[in-house]
Ligand binder design. Structure first.
Ligand code: GLU
Length: 435
């Protein structure tokens, strides 16, 4: 017997008021990406509206006592974009420029990413609009704990599992895990991932995103006949993602010739001594001032002579204004959302291959999934096991995306969205509408 839903189509609908703005920011970028995938969704397209509005959007006030005796208020968010395939999953970002639009977009990219590598999670993201570098350690801890408590109503090991992102780390995950656990009266290691090893963290998690970037880079290079040994690489962001990717590429014989971060840009035609550069960054907090390199103007970074460009910092770095001067043959998006749709078109016209964030940086959440499984089973795996499983998942996922892109003659971004959105909307359709 046929079900009324079998014949249902999407009705024209009005967006929720908070989504009706002229400048939607990163969320607007995400919506354009969804528009590009819609023609490839077949019958599932009638569910596409699901992807265009986050399921739950929580905005919280985070008041804390400052060291000087005043009370400061910060704006915090947790957005669950989609939970059709499993609990929400995605990081928490502390940054002075965090906005609701950004957190919504990041949560949506998590939905696509988790589906693209086929881990059983939906997509979520959180953030606090704060410059954490201006807080003392005590203030940072109080802010993290109050934020965790405020979003405690929607997170949990089976509901939504935060993790590190920009400016958050293992210590912050430890405080989040502790706050959630204290509030509910028992230790719940599985409520966050990216924890310290002694608190249920996973071997390999810290390096996982960079390792994933490296893995898909090597796979793509193989497809286009590019040698990694001797390839020249430019990296924006030398943190947990860019730093690890730079180290692995250098280890494979590539030359990291340019690096940029909030402190400035450096260049060395023969390639940096990457371990020495990372030691400098650990000490100085920036690539600037590294002794064995020349300084370079920030804008020049984009036109540097290189084979591979790795944006591994923040969103909207590659735009219509610099996409035309990029010399790389391949861009690997370590960051989330670094390329605007206009820049995507320019890069495609110029035959520059873009490995999109939603597959290229999925290594982090893949090992987060391993961590979550280990926490549930209380059985911990070896680092070799973890890395081998990570590489297998990344290679398989990238191979599937590559095939879709060849078959449908679309960019790797649209191909990843086709794979991800199809999985999400298929789950959505099978679950059906309630009531
Ligand atoms: N913040 C990382 C990302 O953007 C990891 C998220 C996670 O492990 O849940 O993919």
């Amino acid at each position: 017997m046929s079900h009324p839903l079998d014949h249902a189509t999407a009705a024209p609908s009005t967006l929720p008021s908070y989504l009706q703005q002229d400048n939607l920011g990163p969320w607007g970028v995400y919506l354009q990406q969804v528009d590009r995938v819609e023609p490839y969704l077949g019958n599932l397209a009638r569910w596409v509206e699901t992807l265009k509005r986050p399921k739950r959007t929580l905005i919280v006030d985070v008041p804390i006592l400052m060291d000087n005796g005043t009370i400061a208020h910060y704006e915090g968010y947790r957005v669950q974009h989609n939970i059709s395939r499993g609990p929400g999953k995605g990081g928490v970002r502390f940054h002075q420029d965090v906005t609701l639009s950004e957190v919504m977009a990041l949560s949506a990219w998590m939905s696509i990413k988790n589906a693209a590598v086929n881990v059983p999670f939906g997509g979520a993201k959180g953030g606090i609009r704060v410059d954490p570098k201006k807080l003392s350690q005590g203030e940072l801890e109080r802010m993290t704990r109050r934020y965790t408590s405020e979003i405690g109503i929607i997170i949990g090991p089976n509901k939504d599992i935060p993790a590190p992102d920009v400016n958050t780390n293992e210590q912050i995950m430890a405080w989040m895990m502790d706050t959630y656990s204290v509030n509910q009266g028992s230790t719940a290691t599985g409520v966050v991932t990216g924890k310290p090893l002694d608190l249920g963290g996973s071997l390999g998690r810290r390096e996982a995103t960079g390792r994933g970037v490296f893995t898909v880079g090597v796979e793509a290079a193989r497809h286009i006949g590019m040698e990694i040994s001797g390839a020249r690489i430019a990296v924006q962001g030398m943190g947990n993602v860019g730093g690890v990717a730079a180290k692995l590429f250098a280890h494979a014989g590539a030359r990291v010739v340019a690096a940029q971060d909030h402190g400035g840009t450096i260049y060395r035609a023969e390639g940096f001594d990457v371990p020495a550069l990372l030691a400098h960054v650990a000490e100085a907090g920036t690539v600037a001032g590294f002794a064995h390199a020349e300084r370079m103007n920030n804008h020049e970074f984009w036109s540097v002579d290189c084979d591979i460009l790795i944006p591994a910092a923040l969103e909207q770095q590659i735009t219509a204004s610099n996409a035309g001067i990029i010399k790389a043959r391949m861009i690997i998006e370590g960051a989330n959302g670094p390329t605007t749709p206009e820049a995507d078109d320019i890069l495609q016209d110029r035959n520059i291959l873009v490995l999109p964030d939603v597959i290229a940086n999925a290594g982090g959440v893949t090992v987060s999934y391993f961590e979550w499984v280990q926490d549930f089973s209380n059985f911990f795996w070896s680092e070799d096991d973890i890395n081998a499983r990570l590489v297998r998942i990344m290679k398989e996922a990238f191979g599937a995306v590559w095939e879709v892109s060849q078959d449908k003659k679309v960019s790797l971004r649209t191909a990843t969205f086709i794979v991800g959105c199809t999985r999400i909307l298929h789950a959505r359709e099978m679950r059906g509408l309630y009531p």
